[in-house]
Design a protein around this ligand. Structure first.
Ligand code: CUA
Length: 157
């Protein structure tokens, strides 16, 4: 079979890119342990009030500058509606939904996750700058969707 020179270059380029990107993916997954956000922690969304872990959502200090924020998303807000952390704090967010699919999005940061009922959705963020951070819902969840928000107050140290 005769291949034109440009066809060969194009084939080598195509196959080369495929191998390159699969290698990048493989190194990220197996050498650096990158993986999609965990959806492995489940919870009974109908009985959050009786769940010892979820009956009292809010902020919990883990150590010096590390916090865990357990938050419940529901139409049309988050519980609690405000949390306060000091500047420089790393916050591990664990968010679940009481009803339908919502999102937990902090504009201007990399925090943007879907909140699915029955799952504990996790992410973390280090707040290096003080100020008031708005949290928004990005998933259409009903008539009050556009009012759904909470705030994170990052207090200067
Ligand atoms: Cu919750 Cu949109």
């Amino acid at each position: 079979m005769h291949l034109h020179k440009y066809e060969k270059i194009w084939l080598i380029f195509g196959i080369g890119s495929l191998i390159f990107f699969l290698a990048v993916l493989g190194v990220a997954a197996f050498a650096f342990g990158h993986q999609p956000p965990s959806h492995m922690t489940t919870v009974d969304s109908q009985n959050l009030d009786e769940d010892p872990v979820w009956s009292n959502p809010g902020l919990e200090k883990i150590d010096e500058n590390t916090y865990r924020a357990r938050l419940i998303a529901q139409a049309f807000g988050y519980d609690p509606g405000v949390i306060e952390v000091p500047e420089g704090a790393t916050v591990y967010f664990e968010v679940t939904s009481k009803d339908v699919v919502h999102s937990f999005t902090i504009p201007g940061t990399n925090v943007n996750m879907m909140i699915t009922p029955g799952h504990v959705n996790m992410t973390s963020h280090t707040f290096t700058e003080s100020g008031e951070y708005l949290v928004l819902c990005n998933e259409y969840c009903g008539t009050g969707h556009h009012y759904m928000q909470m705030t994170i107050e990052v207090i200067p140290q």
